[in-house]
Design a protein around this ligand. Sequence first.
Ligand SMILES: Nc1ncnc2c1ncn2[C@@H]1O[C@H](COP(=O)(O)OP(=O)(O)OP(=O)(O)O)[C@@H](O)[C@H]1O
Length: 706
Amino acid sequence: MATTATANQNGSGPVLDWAAGHGPVTGALSATTGAFAVATTGAATHMPPGWALAVGAAGALGHTVAGLRARNAGRTLATRAASWLVGAGWTTWAITHGPLTWAALGSLATIGVGIGAAARSTALYEEAREEEAIAAEQRQIAAELSAERRAIAAEWIDRIQRVCNITVRVVGVEKWETGTGYSLDAELPPGGATWNKIAAESARLSADARLPHGCTATASPGIHQGRVIIDVTTVNVLEQERTYPAEYGPLSLHTGIPWGYRTNAEEIRAYLREQCALVVGPTGSGKTNMVHGILAGFARAEDILTWVIDLNAGSAGLPWVLPALNGEIKTGDGKPVRPGIDWLAGTFEEAVTMLDTAVTVAKQRKMGYQDLLARHNTDLLPISPQVPQIMLVIDEGAEILASGDRQMRKLAEKILEVIRIARAMGIRTVLTALGATGNVLGNLMIRREAKVRVALTGGETEGMDLSKMFPGSRGLRVEQAPYKGSGFMGTPESAAALFKTWRILPNQIRDIIAATSDRHPRLDDLSAKAAGPAYARRWDTERTAWMRDHTPSTPAEAGPTGAGSGLNLSALRTERPTGQVSPEEEMLRQFRAQIDAQFATAPDPTTPAGEPAPPASGGLNLSALRGEQDNPAQQAALALLLAAGPEGTGASAIARALTDEYGTSRQTVVGWLRDWTRQGIAVRVGEGTKARYVHRQHAPEQPPEG
Ligand SMILES: Nc1ncnc2c1ncn2[C@@H]1O[C@H](COP(=O)(O)OP(=O)(O)OP(=O)(O)O)[C@@H](O)[C@H]1O
């Protein structure tokens, strides 16, 4: 077609182009001027009038063919063909009687107007026809969709009847844009049926619907108490590993901080202006990774300062500090960057300083910001980049709260004080726990203040009491989330349900530090003044020296296969095959090497005079246990375990030896022994009443080193 059109346009004769697009006016003009041209040329050259008729017939035919190809309506084709034939009739007449007469010109103008009007009406008709076709197509799609929705609704009405013995009326079915499932909005029957009756049958409903593993049918309250929303996932997104979204744009405390995504692939946010959070995850569940994800979100926020207490060799906080402290990363314009967190306490003393400062700041804010509160007519301090919220992240903080140890009890009291007094003044906490949920959730303060809750399961079923973590939520089963980084999350805004955290890679932490360096707020003057030198000097060399000491022996240091006889705790803590070094560990190793180089001559502030240096090989790497070493009771217990030799000892014996001096209870020692066993420091031998613990060095069959 295009070729024909071009050929015609390039021709030298009168414009007889039936392929070019014409509107009603240009179409009529084209037809009449074409006819006029043919008539005048024809008259001047004494062309036989029959030729004009032939040209018109050809034009009518050509336009009809072109129209047919373009699938024009019959009416359009007829109008166009008629235009050509009328035009041709006039031309034939004009060639015979002379085109340059008033009669000829007047009639030609009339024909032009007529053709224009006819073309206009056909164009409108064509437009309407097209719209009608589109509408019909959409009606068909909608009909198909609603047929599909009706089928889903009918299927679930039957299923809920069969499984829960409740006859619901489905009022809507919404398919998720992510394509991973759908939601049903249903009305409960009169007579007192409640949404939680359906929620409690989640597992049976999922089985009845033959959902793939990891997919669930979860019920939650509807628009009022007589309605229920049932979210049905059909694709298991929890199984997939998704890395932290690489867009590190600014966030705010007020708009929520994304912590992961739901089974429908939608992100879930934590709103922490007034809430504290509790994140429970046993070893290997992906808890450390999640803490990094949380710190990433806080780093991105323009109105949050993050203070981290991490008494566990700094694995949570160090990657956010060391690259900046060591000057390893620079901003785009070559300036040094600020650390991704605002304060890191890795020792007991520093943690006490931090918590005392938090209490002082909260009290000072309460007094100093009376005006601001009055102006905003609120008793909640308005948080902004000028007056930022302090988020206190305490790794394994729940264990501190549950500990019977004297020092830890002191810390615990301070943590609880911050939680109790600082809500209105913009200090909230995120506590993580390995699993001591019973103890921690027994605390009224935590139950009341920490309603943002996460349970990372990662396949671990032991000690996971979801009903305690998420009271009132039924139908949650640990087996639904067997993947690392997956589990359950519930907030006051979003009912407890399956979720997964993003995997955050070490290079992303560095990228986020660089990307957010200019964005971190500064502690407001009033608070900074109250915090005093304890805060201002937090990055001083002597106060950050512990970072060097918390250097566990890494596989790289023990030889590429970790064949040295020193303890490789990090390898034991994960289920990674021996000898494999994660990029995270490798990064940490490099940081440590640099900080070693920087602080190599600094004295170890926590090593008591006369304490023998940890053996380079063949013995326990005490520096790896520095967190525990800060605690003399635990240190003494470890010494007793070592001293007990191959015979081993038990919790009661150790507790008896410690109780006078340290007030340590048997229960506390049981906790330590359990942790040491998990970490590979101690080995449990014998069963029942004969069960005892032997230090790894004296264990009957020492498993190969990591
Ligand atoms: N969200 C996630 N997606 C995919 N894989 C993950 C995720 N989180 C963690 N993992 C995997 O699980 C491994 C262990 O994660 P992580 O170190 O965070 O666990 P942990 O519970 O803190 O264990 P540990 O106490 O031994 O450090 C990671 O190395 C990674 O391979």
